[in-house]
Design a binder for this molecule. Structure first.
Ligand SMILES: [Zn+2]
Length: 61
């Protein structure tokens, strides 16, 4: 069954709420209003956000 509802999580950077789609996939990147890029971690029935410290494109070393 698909759920179209959104999940409300907390931004680990600024602490404000972040809305993400309920069917978000593990490893998906979300940009928050504060400018942070957040990586979605989907665990056992739980969804977490962590600050994404890598780069989407290859910025070199
Ligand atoms: Zn934020």
């Amino acid at each position: 069954m698909m759920k179209a509802s959104k999940l409300k999580l907390k931004c680990p950077v600024c602490g404000l709420p972040v809305e993400i789609p309920g069917d978000v996939m593990d490893g998906e990147l979300v940009e928050h209003d504060c400018g942070a890029t957040l990586e979605v971690k989907v665990g056992k029935g739980e969804v977490e956000l962590v600050e994404f410290e890598g780069s989407i494109e290859d910025w070199g070393e």
